[in-house]
Design a protein around this ligand. Structure first.
Ligand code: SAM
Ligand code: SF4
Length: 461
């Protein structure tokens, strides 16, 4: 396949284009406020915005879009690392093959069950299965067994309802099998779209093949996987280059499959054992750049989920909420078996936010947002293009908000202390009128909340 990344076009633009003036910025942002997204050319113009004042304008617009489309809710999930064995030599990662300072481990199905139980006991309902690339020929069989194992764990206070998967680039046949095994979103980050940098950063192993990695989502979508999640590891190359290339990737998927990615992840490089590059990124992304990146993505692709992990500290995660982040991980461990043990020296990278799920939820509530564990869309088949068709006319909020409330009420009943319970139900009552306009629908939401208080579970629209 001919590469869909037009390197020359990006480089020419970045060396020749002048930043937009105030009038141009306002025109683009007014267009954005119509909630239909902006053109990728307009997004490229916003990338050149530099002053604090202008970045603040971008942030305000992103916040407006986020609240108009999704309402005040934030989806929560936890990563479940199943293996840190890896045959690749990604210079930034603690799991890379040559790193002798971590103990290697692939979880057995019993251990995966134990990890799942620990996550359910925290209150989680959504998991992201993550693995190094060292499982060889059995990788897909193992992953399918792991999916079955996780879905099979049922506890009195719940079960995992959706498993997203972040594993190595694979073949169409493999993706078909994963789809049959009921995976949620298939995630794979390009890390860097800049080919020369990619080759420098990925020294050996299957992942060293830039083109094979770049075309993974084509194969996943060809195999019928509806929701794919892409991402950039910020710090490896110029972020402006990366965003322009990411937009080309999105356009390619939209043109070919009629729908773009379901999510975009925005990890920034964090220190990892024995990795100079992870501690000294060649192209560090400052907090101010990072805010700009998140705001531009929210403005440009308003219907795509944007995911932030616990790599970021609590303060940045709070701020990012207002810029349009729609999903965050919480209470995370990045080492296999991490939820069932105390020593975390075998982690992939350092975490910036060590707070428990409970603490993160308290914080979200204090910011007047409803923490959500919702999996309604996926389970009702609102995925891929169907999701976008519903989301684009602005109809998704009618589902998101009530479903967020139902899953939050479950959390309050099953896991919260009395203080959080009181605050949580007050928040629901306070935010209901602005999020559910129709009084009849409001009544229905409250009736369902009462049913949850009386023991009913797993209500969704
Ligand atoms: N092995 C698979 C792969 O590389 O695609 C999936 C799992 S890998 C553990 C998940 C992601 O972790 C990578 O795609 C990369 O973006 C991220 N990562 C690796 N090292 C990191 C670091 N030092 N800081 C932040 N993120 C990192
Ligand atoms: Fe292995 Fe993925 Fe880490 Fe690369 S990023 S070393 S493929 S786990």
């Amino acid at each position: 396949m001919k590469s869909f990344i037009n390197d020359k076009k990006i480089l020419e633009y970045l060396s020749n284009a002048l930043p937009p003036d105030a009038e141009e910025i306002d025109t683009i942002l007014n267009h954005a406020k119509e909630l239909k997204g902006i053109s990728f050319e307009e997004a490229e113009r916003l990338l050149l915005v530099e002053s604090k004042e202008d970045i603040d304008k971008l942030s305000d617009t992103a916040n407006f879009i986020k609240e108009s489309i999704y309402g005040k809710r934030l989806v929560l999930f936890a990563p479940l690392y199943v293996s840190n064995i890896c045959n690749n030599e990604c210079l930034y990662c603690g799991f890379r093959k040559s790193n002798k300072s971590i103990v290697r481990n692939t979880l057995t199905m019993e251990q995966i069950s134990a990890e799942t139980e620990a996550l359910i006991d925290q209150g989680h309902k959504r998991v992201l299965l993550v693995s190094g690339e060292g499982l060889g020929k059995n990788a897909i069989d193992y992953t399918i067994d792991a999916l079955k194992t996780i879905y099979a764990v049922k506890k009195p206070k719940g079960n995992i309802r959706r498993i997203n998967v972040n594993i190595a680039a694979s073949e169409v046949e493999d993706y078909k099998r994963l789809k049959e095994a009921n995976i949620g979103t298939y995630q794979l980050f390009q890390e860097t779209y800049h080919e020369e940098t990619y080759k420098k950063m990925h020294r050996s192993g299957p992942k060293a093949n830039y083109e094979y990695h770049l075309t993974a989502m084509d194969r996943a979508m060809e195999a019928g996987i509806d929701d794919v999640g892409i991402g950039i590891l910020f710090g490896l190359a110029d972020y402006k280059y990366e965003i322009m290339a990411l937009l080309q990737h999105i356009k390619h998927l939209e043109d070919k499959f009629g729908v773009g990615p379901h999510t975009i992840s925005v990890p920034r490089l964090e220190p990892a054992t024995g990795s100079d590059i992870a501690s000294n990124p060649p192209f560090p992304v400052t907090d101010s750049d990072f805010r700009k990146i998140i705001a531009i993505l929210r403005i440009t692709v308003p219907y795509t989920g944007i995911i932030l992990s616990t790599r970021e500290n609590a303060e940045m995660r709070r701020e990012a909420l207002h810029l349009g982040i729609s999903q965050i991980s919480a209470g995370s461990k990045s080492d296999p078996g991490g939820y069932s043990k105390k020593d975390h020296s075998d982690a992939q990278f350092s975490l910036g936010d060590h707070r428990s799920l409970h603490e993160v939820i308290e914080d979200i509530v204090d910011m007047d947002h409803i923490p959500s564990f919702c999996t309604g869309c996926y389970r009702l088949g609102r995925v891929g293009k169907d999701f976008m068709d519903l989301a684009k006319p602005g109809l998704i909020k009618a589902h998101c908000y009530p479903n967020a409330v139902f899953t939050f009420a479950e959390y309050l009943e099953d896991f919260a202390n009395e203080t959080l319970k009181k605050k949580g139900y007050e928040l629901i009552l306070r935010t209901l009128p602005e999020n559910v306009i129709d009084p009849k629908k409001r009544e229905a939401v409250l009736k369902n909340v009462e049913e949850i208080k009386n023991g009913k579970r797993d209500i969704y629209y």
